[in-house]
Write a protein that binds this ligand. Structure first.
Ligand code: ADP
Ligand code: MG
Length: 313
């Protein structure tokens, strides 16, 4: 199969939201008047971000999901994506499954794949995603204010628990592993939440490297500190039953949103949770200074050694 057959067969679909999609030297895109583009790139490398034998369908999903998650964290609505892919071989079964996973999620979010690049090499997947947001409503990391509540969506730590199981660091029952593996392999980007938080949240980030690490970026960009109530962290029954609540702080791959909002907006945040059917939990507050304190229900501070995953540490 030639490179062009491969692109035509697996990566060329209708692009109703583009002026011109795959097949020319460049795609042509018409942004909506009055909006700014939100652009983000995320790369998944075999052996670093996934096991080389990972299910290609789930990989197709995750490759796009992690990029959509970045748009969610900006409060942007997704429109287009490009895909740069390096493959050891043109394995048709693999490509069929990978593109099925990718396009299923793309369709759910109205994303058109408008271009990319395809080369032979070690398995490497890189998506650039393009979304739109009214300029004044983008959810930045830099907007947190002392007194803001800190919120997170969904539950934290399950993906890290599944990874720990796969790496032989913990042994989960089959059913428990299945529940957590879903979180690891098929993260659900919180796009609707990001959109709902426009004009409500002061800052937001998606939790990909662990809550402490990612909240740390908000603190740094906003020049503020944080107090976290450890016992308020939303965790699954499974995480609790293995006493691994600490993974909610320092695990990774959650792809939930962490955001801050003025205390006066708390009832609006609760209404959003209700409307979306997505739990939103207040886990602490933004304070002056630069320290991050995690305390239990009795107000005793926890010792936090690990601050999340850093590729170069
Ligand atoms: P060029 O040589 O001009 O860079 P390519 O041969 O790399 O063009 O790509 C041909 C067309 O196919 C371009 O429109 C490009 O954007 C698109 N394309 C290449 N690889 C992919 C891919 N993996 N997914 C989607 N579109 C792709
Ligand atoms: Mg090219």
């Amino acid at each position: 199969m030639s490179e062009f057959d491969l692109i035509r067969r697996y990566f060329t679909r209708a692009t109703p939201g583009a002026v011109l999609g795959v097949g020319d030297d460049a795609a042509l895109l018409q942004p909506t008047a009055g909006k700014v583009l939100a652009v983000s790139t995320d790369m998944l490398v075999s052996g670093t971000h996934f096991f080389p034998d990972a299910d290609p369908y789930l990989l197709g999903h995750k490759t796009l999901a992690v990029n959509l998650s970045d748009l969610a964290a900006m409060g942007a609505s997704p429109r287009w994506a490009t895909l740069a892919i390096s493959l050891p071989a043109a394995d048709e079964v693999w490509l069929e499954r990978f593109s099925a996973g990718f396009f299923e999620l793309a369709q759910q979010h109205g994303v058109d794949l408008v271009g990319g690049d395809t080369t032979r090499g070690p398995l490497n997947l890189c998506v650039t995603i393009f979304g739109e947001v009214p300029p004044q409503q983008a959810l930045r990391r830099s907007g947190a204010q002392p007194g803001d509540d800190i919120w997170v969506s969904g539950t934290l730590g399950d993906a890290a628990l599944a990874l720990a199981h796969l790496q032989g660091r913990i042994a989960l029952s089959e059913a428990d592993f299945a529940a957590c593996a879903q979180r690891l392999h098929q993260p659900q980007p919180r796009i609707e939440l990001g959109l709902a938080l426009r004009g409500v949240a002061n800052s937001a980030i998606d939790v990909s490297d662990g809550l402490l690490a990612d909240l740390g970026h908000i603190m740094e960009c906003s020049n503020v500190g944080a107090e976290i109530d450890f016992d308020a962290l939303p965790v699954s029954q499974v995480l609790r039953s293995y006493s691994q609540q600490k993974l909610a702080l320092a695990g990774g791959d959650d792809y939930e949103l962490c955001f801050t909002a003025p205390a006066a907006r708390a009832s609006e945040v609760r209404a959003i949770a209700e409307r979306l059917g997505l739990p939103l939990t207040r886990i602490g507050k933004i304070v002056a200074g630069r320290a991050c304190i995690v305390q239990d229900a009795n107000g005793n501070p926890l010792n936090i050694e690990s601050e999340g995953y850093d590729h170069f540490r």
